[in-house]
Design a protein around this ligand. Structure first.
Ligand code: PEP
Ligand code: MN
Length: 276
């Protein structure tokens, strides 16, 4: 891959670690969990406490939702950001939230610890440039029709503006398959490791859209070498205003976190065997 001046592998092999409020993404394993959208203070705070209890290290929740239909719930905007801010104060979890408009980057950055750029905006070059100037770490999701090279070039836009803190997140690509919402491309994880120094997370929630597939794909992401996961969790999934079919209950998330810990120990043992 050519012209990956800033995102390509470094000669010494050093990998980027993004620091966010004491969390180091790219070192160990980071789990970002929380609802698809911030719906109310009660919904978000209860979910935040539950995911923290289960071991999540960061909290997600959309205040601006990029929806297929203009009539679907679009998010609470500023009110949602204020609720996220309260959840951070109450739980200590750093906040990841999406920004969908260049005009919002700087002020949303005052509430967010990490700004997410979603799949639909991956190649929104003006948004990428603003993100590069925001002074906040950026979680850049893979576009649903994007190759690895196109994705890394989008990260390149952010780094080129002077922001080195980019976290990639695989969230599934469009294929002919309709059983799943998207086709989760886990081969991208070792591919990113081979071509870039940036950390790579996996989102099995949007990546499959199927509740029963979130656990196996999360464990497979650990096996593939991902630096972490972004998972949708809702205090009451059937009542969710968006993505209700793919949000885990806090109980299911806690069970998953225990299995992730076991899988990570196994992977550590395999790495130890390789070193011997
Ligand atoms: C999200 O994570 O809230 C989201 C909308 O995901 P994606 O951009 O991957 O569809
Ligand atoms: Mn969602």
């Amino acid at each position: 891959m050519k012209d990956l001046k800033l995102t390509g592998v470094r000669p010494d092999g050093a990998r980027t670690v993004v620091e966010v409020g004491g969390i180091r993404i790219g070192e160990g394993f980071t789990v970002i969990a929380g609802p698809c959208a911030v719906e109310s203070e009660d919904q978000l705070l209860r979910t935040a406490v539950a995911v923290k209890e289960a071991g999540a290290t960061m909290l997600r929740g959309g205040a601006f939702k990029p929806r297929t239909s203009p009539y679907a719930f679009q998010g609470l905007g500023l009110k949602g950001l204020k609720i996220l801010d309260k959840a951070r104060r109450e739980t200590g979890l750093p906040i990841v939230t999406e920004v969908i408009d260049t005009r919002d980057v700087s002020w949303v950055g005052e509430y967010a610890d990490v700004l997410q750029i979603g799949a639909r905006n991956m190649q929104n070059f003006s948004l990428l440039r603003e993100a590069g100037k925001s002074g906040r770490p950026i979680l850049l999701k893979r576009g649903m029709y994007s190759t690895l090279e196109e994705w890394l070039n989008c990260a390149e836009y952010i780094l080129a503006e002077g922001n080195p803190d980019v976290i990639l997140c695989e969230r599934g690509i469009r294929s002919f398959e309709t059983y799943t919402r998207n086709t989760l491309d886990l081969s991208i994880v070792p591919s990113v490791k081979a071509t870039s120094h940036l950390p790579i997370l996996v989102d099995p929630s949007h990546g499959t859209g199927v509740l029963g597939l979130i656990e196996p794909m999360s464990l497979a992401a650990v096996a593939a070498g991902a630096d972490g996961l972004e998972i949708e969790v809702h205090i009451d999934p059937p009542a969710a205003l968006s993505d209700k079919a793919q949000q885990l209950s806090p109980e299911a998330f806690a069970r998953l976190m225990r299995k992730i810990a076991t899988m990570r120990r196994t992977m550590d043992e395999l790495a130890e065997e390789d070193r011997r």
